[in-house]
Design a binder for this molecule. Structure first.
Ligand code: FUC
Length: 839
């Protein structure tokens, strides 16, 4: 058996890297990083068979495909980003407003269950609970006589975004390559063989969609067309059209009614386009047939060699920005196929696998989220089922946000755009929801949305009576500004931030017992304290207070920067001071609710009240040590094993708690084959995250977490190596990640968890405050010891409200490693190189 696996030779990788620069004139050639990274391939010595979660994903943000790599009959499962059930619709419950006062009163009186029963009738949608992201169908290629094969190999090359399968039959080696072109709106399949006139197959199409019509055209085109399904009373009106054009080189081609056969070709290229009539969440008047034809014709004029060259070059503009090396793996462990390495990960040290998983996450974001397309949904852009779990839509009480945690910090800022656009659209649809359901100004979204940008409350009051989907998602706009400093963008974001804040100004009310301004009804996502008769409904839960604090703080900062709305700012400052602060309860934990009713044995997957630790920065080792300690206690109470996304979030939390070993333990738990962790999630053979079932959020959450282990910038400084685990401490490097304020960490190298070299490019200028584990020196400019607040405006932090601490709480002192804090005045466009200072 032979494998095409790349030799694990770093100098070879380096040569490969530079030759790519020569071959792709479009690639940004400034500052090629000297960093090396291990082989970036997922590979297997077995086909996927029927297992969707073993197939390999390719995508270009518009089209997604799962490549099974099956020999006799290859299956390429297709998705198109706008192919959703239903049609433009709203789902507000207009009974809400009249009953709001009663619900609020019941909650304040401690009758949560009664409030929930009523909320189920008047708040929860009686229409759509969200539509479904549907599959387009599957292209099958059947190769007669290929039942006995040898030398099987398949891979996903993350450096080129190409899925490849090869095997040998009768002395001929057959190779298939599949790409979702990032420069054309097509999937391209290339079939080659080691001997001329060897390629014979029949192409057909099948789909789980019930209304699909399959036809052939001009003997070379296999087409499919249909309309998506109705769901929950909303008529399916998305029309789709797909065209697979088969271009053989040599040989013969002929068609039957619903299939095309190629005989004895030397090579074949198949171009697949899929399009819909979707223009916008409230406009589906596009012409899917024309679109599919235009995309196809534009691409089919070009030979595969050109298509793949342009694709690789477009892809590498994103992918090559970051290089990671967490140390070397024992060669005998590194040479195993991906599924074997996954099996071994929690019991062996395989840093190259962690690096591969990290880059796979970036690959997934590049493939599922492109400017102008739909944001990555619960499964990114990959779904083979007509009725996927949770409709494969957008759950905005954590999951969709988690998808975008790596976007800014792993230098994929442009790919944040589809999500940011969705937030802007939710601000438009959610304005009516705020007015109609709550009599409030501004805009609101509950815990789910879909391609039609529904903002009503869904599923049941236990989950759906949560009014922070808008508040939380709006913070991504602010985050984008903090990383890019793009003032023109902030101008467009400001009305959305303001609208999110305005909703809360109207929605908040005084807590009759405690006097704080609180949201009511409210809930801590999907969790209920035993004290509330199993109801999740409450007022002023911790996560909501934290989210509102952030919404107000970022709106205030944006208004200051844009010199707008002085009076409104004053209102926000005043109202923010009346929000409930965080409470440290009797077990020295962060209270999830305003009453001290947490169960230290509760291991619910949502730990929403740690939003303040991550993604927010209200809990800090340096500014709020008691809360920091209490957050750690809470996290220990909740335990490690959980669903995939929950473990992904925990990696970020342990990184913020500066405990690299515990963060790594969560990575090990996550990188465990699905089914092994009892009652918990894990990872599928194709490295998709398992809730289970597959949800992509955990992939993205973990990538963010690994970044946070190596660099953080949320707490007033660029903190380097805050949470390096023992297994990675010997030596490693990362380059190309981004910090708030436009600082690019071009190169970060460590040895024995000490910084050896750091190169920072300042894109926006301003004070660079570095928090580092050991002394470093700089030749280009002077470094001074830092004191007081960071003068860099991007690092200005709103002071966390003073926590209320239970008399029973025994708070353990915070333990963090000693660090040094320096300031460097930087100039925009300049690069600064720091070296370890030898004693
Ligand atoms: C939330 C989570 C579930 C799941 C779903 C998509 O409701 O509580 O675990 O991830 O979203």
């Amino acid at each position: 058996m032979y494998f095409h696996r790349q030799a694990k030779n770093y100098s070879l990788t380096l040569i490969g890297f530079f030759s790519i620069f020569i071959a792709t004139p479009g690639a940004k050639a400034d500052e090629p990083s000297s960093l090396s990274q291990p082989s970036m391939k997922l590979w297997y010595n077995k086909p996927s068979g029927k297992v969707w979660e073993s197939a390999l994903p390719v995508g270009n943000g518009r089209l997604g495909a799962m490549v099974y790599g099956n020999v006799q009959t290859e299956t390429i499962q297709l998705n198109e980003h706008t192919l959703w059930s239903g049609s433009p619709n709203r789902n507000d419950n207009l009974l809400a407003l009249d009953s709001l006062e009663v619900i609020r009163k019941l909650i304040f009186e401690g009758k949560q269950k009664q409030a929930e029963n009523l909320a189920n009738k008047v708040l929860i949608s009686k229409q759509s609970h969200g539509q479904i992201f549907g599959p387009a169908g599957e292209v099958h290629l059947s190769f007669p006589g290929h039942d006995h094969y040898t030398h099987y190999y398949r891979e996903l090359d993350l450096e080129r975004a190409v899925a490849k399968t090869s095997y040998t039959v009768g002395g001929v080696t057959y190779t298939r390559e599949v790409i979702a072109s990032l420069s054309e709106r097509i999937i391209a399949v290339r079939l080659t063989a080691s001997r001329p006139r060897s390629i014979s197959f029949t192409a057909s199409f099948s789909s789980p969609q019930p209304n699909v019509e399959v036809k052939t055209l001009h003997s070379r085109q296999l087409t499919f067309a249909g309309t998506t399904i109705d769901h929950e009373g909303v008529k399916g009106m998305v029309r789709y059209k797909g065209i697979a054009q088969i271009n053989p080189e040599g040989g013969e081609i002929f068609s039957a009614d619903t299939s095309i056969t190629v005989r004895n070709a030397n090579a074949v290229t198949i171009y697949i386009s899929v399009a819909t009539n979707f223009n916008h969440y409230n406009d589906i008047t596009g012409d899917e047939s024309n679109r599919a034809a235009v995309y196809l014709n534009r691409a089919a004029r070009k030979p595969f060699s050109k298509i793949i060259r342009d694709h690789v070059s477009a892809y590498q503009q994103y992918f090559n920005r970051v290089k990671i090396n967490l140390g070397m793996t024992e060669p005998s462990a590194a040479k195993l196929p991906t599924n074997e390495r996954l099996k071994n990960f929690s019991s062996t040290n395989d840093p190259e696998f962690a690096a591969l998983y990290y880059q796979f996450g970036r690959y997934l974001l590049i493939s599922s989220s492109q400017p102008g397309g739909q944001p990555a949904n619960l499964q990114g852009i990959w779904n083979g089922s007509l009725r996927p779990a949770w409709d494969s839509k957008y759950t905005i009480n954590i999951n969709a946000q988690m998808n975008y945690w790596p976007a800014e910090k792993t230098n994929l800022s442009e790919l944040h755009e589809p999500f940011l656009k969705m937030v802007k659209e939710l601000a438009a649809t959610g304005r009516k929801t705020a007015a109609d359901m709550y009599g409030a100004r501004g805009w609101v979204a509950h815990h789910n949305t879909d391609i039609w940008r529904i903002t009503g409350a869904v599923d049941g009051a236990f989950w759906g009576a949560w009014t922070n989907g808008g508040g939380w998602t709006s913070q991504h706009l602010w985050e984008h500004y903090l990383y890019t400093g793009d003032v023109a963008f902030l101008q467009t974001a400001y009305p959305i931030l303001k609208g999110a804040a305005l909703f809360y100004i109207d929605y908040l009310m005084e807590h009759p017992r405690l006097g704080y301004l609180v949201a009511n009804p409210d809930e801590s996502p999907e969790n209920a304290p035993a004290a509330h008769q199993g109801s999740s409904l409450d007022a002023g839960v911790t996560m909501t207070n934290q989210i509102i604090f952030d919404v107000f703080s970022s709106t205030i900062r944006a208004a200051e920067l844009l010199k707008k709305d002085q009076a409104f700012m004053d209102t926000l400052v005043h109202t923010r001071n009346r929000l409930a602060p965080m409470h440290i309860g009797q077990h020295a934990q962060i209270q999830e609710w305003l009453d001290d009713i947490d169960d230290p044995n509760d291991n619910h997957r949502h730990i929403s009240h740690l939003y303040g630790l991550f993604p927010s920065n209200q809990i800090s080792a340096y500014r709020t040590p008691d809360l920091f300690s209490a957050a750690k206690t809470t996290l220990i109470h909740r335990g490690d094993l959980s669903t995939g996304w929950s473990m992904g979030w925990k990696v970020n939390w342990w990184a913020r708690l500066q405990d690299g070993n515990h963060a790594y333990k969560l990575i090990q738990n996550q990188l465990t084959p699905v089914g092994v962790n009892r009652g918990g999630g894990g990872t599928y053979d194709n490295l998709f995250d398992a809730h289970p079932p597959f949800q992509i959020d955990g992939n993205f959450g973990c990538v963010s977490g690994i970044t946070e282990m190596l660099m953080q910038s949320a707490d007033g400084a660029v903190h380097l190596l805050p949470a390096v685990p023992d297994v990675w401490r010997a030596s490693g490097s990362i380059g190309g990640i981004k910090a708030i304020g436009g600082f690019e960490i071009v190169e970060l190298k460590w040895k024995d968890a000490q910084l050896v070299k750091v190169v920072v490019k300042s894109h926006l200028g301003g004070n660079l405050r570095l928090r580092v584990p050991n002394a470093i020196e700089l030749s280009e400019a002077s470094m001074v010891e830092a004191t007081g607040e960071n003068p860099n405006p991007f690092y200005k932090i709103a002071g966390t409200l003073k926590p209320v601490v239970s008399a029973k709480a025994r708070i353990s002192p915070v333990e963090t490693r000693e660090t040094l804090l320096f300031d460097v005045a930087t100039q925009a466009g300049k690069t600064y190189t720091f070296q370890q200072q030898m004693p």
